[in-house]
Design a binder for this molecule. Structure first.
Ligand code: ADP
Length: 421
């Protein structure tokens, strides 16, 4: 499975896990809401029982309906029943609201023989999910008919009521989850598109440089023939052409080499080797250059051998690139030192210069492909911004690290740390 798919799978697992946890919290919330509801109902029931215990205005009216005693009233029994129903409803509503139960309810009052005395005007549909609280009444009312009297309270769709109480938590959590999903998909898309763009740009550059190889080679051959057989007067000009063609060739090779390394075509071949002769060779060739161009170049390579697992050709290239940069970015006063020594189980190679230095912001970016530090508005030193990118890739392919320490105006130290065998 590629990295891309691994990220997608991890993302889906994380979102599913998060949704599952949210769902569990939601269920716990519903359970808590139900426990809270039962507690409130316990209190409300206690108060309702107390309110209906003794003879008072309400229980007297209820009692009249229960025994159907019309004598005390001028009104018909139906009217009394309606009025009692209304008062009972108001009484129950008040007790429930006082105890924090603010949902629709119905009630009915009946005795042990299921004789119904009073009930709400409207009853809930039979299909609805109903939660019942039967309250056995004590005191005046059962005493009146010498039978057990029950007041049953019914609630409809309590789950919807619990949900409404949890909405303050569920809706924001669903919204935030959706926001996370949308943002991650958006970032992933942007990343994917950019990656695609980088890939096509790389491919384009590689193809172009490949195409350039043939004409450059032909110009090289033609200029060589011209140099050998051409007119004496044009020799100098042909020499310039040849020198420039050689330069172009090396640049093309560099770009192609980098492209190959990035595609990981097994380009770097690891063998057990001694880095000491490689370092000596690099140092000697720069010593010659220093002598010719009159600049200061010192080296201090401590140790007889540095056994590592690596690719001699690329290591030599990488170290040379660092020294070339030190020369390029030193201005007029070139003073370079190459240090190498064993540090524990690692080999440390440092290239120290007293050149122009790099500021902290640029240090973060100099290893990026094509990145060059802008000096004012122009590049005073020629380059493509590929050298350090190449060095970093080679060092990483050797499981090493690269460090930079630099101060503007004082110079820079580039250190490569490689694991020793
Ligand atoms: P190039 O040298 O072709 O521009 P590099 O990738 O080698 O590309 O370097 C990237 C940038 O890092 C350079 O443009 C330069 O500004 C900066 N740089 C590299 N080495 C040094 C150094 N020794 N001293 C100061 N600046 C450096």
């Amino acid at each position: 499975m590629g990295k891309k798919h691994l990220y997608i799978v991890l993302f889906i697992i994380a979102i599913l896990g998060l949704s599952f946890i949210q769902y569990q919290y939601f269920r716990i919330g519903l359970n808590l809401a139900s426990v809270q509801f039962n507690q409130k109902m316990g209190e409300a029931v206690k108060e309702i029982k107390q309110g209906l215990y003794q003879r008072n205005d309400l229980t007297y009216l209820v009692g009249t309906v229960m025994v159907e005693n019309e004598d005390n009233f001028l009104l018909s029994m139906d009217s009394v029943q309606d009025a009692t129903s209304y008062f009972m409803d108001e009484f129950l509503k008040q007790k429930l609201i006082q105890n924090g139960v603010k949902t629709d309810f119905n009630y009915s009052l009946y005795d042990q023989d299921s004789t119904r005395f009073l009930s709400s005007e409207e009853s809930f549909s039979k299909k609805a999910k109903i939660l019942s609280y039967p309250v056995a009444l004590d005191g005046y009312l059962p005493g009146l008919i010498n039978k057990r009297v029950t007041l049953e309270l019914q609630f409809i769709n309590v789950n919807r009521y619990f949900l409404s109480q949890l909405n303050g938590l569920t809706i924001p959590s669903i919204i935030f989850l959706i926001v996370i999903i949308v943002v991650i998909i958006w970032v992933y898309r942007a990343f994917y598109l950019q990656n695609n763009l980088i890939m096509t740009t790389n491919e384009f550059i590689n193809n172009l440089t490949h195409e350039l190889k043939t004409p450059v080679f032909s110009i090289g051959v033609a200029s060589k023939i011209l140099e050998e057989k051409g007119h004496k007067d044009s020799k100098e000009l042909v020499g310039i052409i040849r020198a420039q063609v050689e330069k172009l060739k090396t640049q093309i090779e560099k770009v192609l080499e980098l492209g190959n390394i990035e595609e990981r075509k097994g380009f770097v071949k690891y063998i057990e080797l001694d880095a000491k002769p490689i370092l000596d060779h690099v140092v000697q060739s720069f010593e010659k250059q220093a002598l010719l161009n009159e600049f200061s170049f010192k080296s201090d390579i401590q140790g007889d051998s540095f056994l590592i697992l690596g690719d001699a050709y690329h290591l030599e290239n990488a170290i040379s690139s660092l020294i070339e940069n030190a020369i390029k970015y030193s201005g007029d006063q070139i003073d370079i030192e190459v240090l190498a020594c064993k540090k524990g189980r690692e080999l440390s190679i440092s290239v120290v210069d007293k050149g122009i230095g790099i500021n902290q912001e640029d240090i973060k970016r100099i290893f990026e492909k094509y990145y060059r530090v802008v000096d004012g508005d122009l590049h005073t030193v020629k380059g493509h911004g590929l050298g350090l990118h190449y060095v970093k890739r080679i060092v990483h392919l050797h499981k090493g690290k690269i460090k930079v320490d630099s101060k503007i105006g004082l110079g820079s130290t580039f250190s490569i740390i490689l694991p020793l065998k």
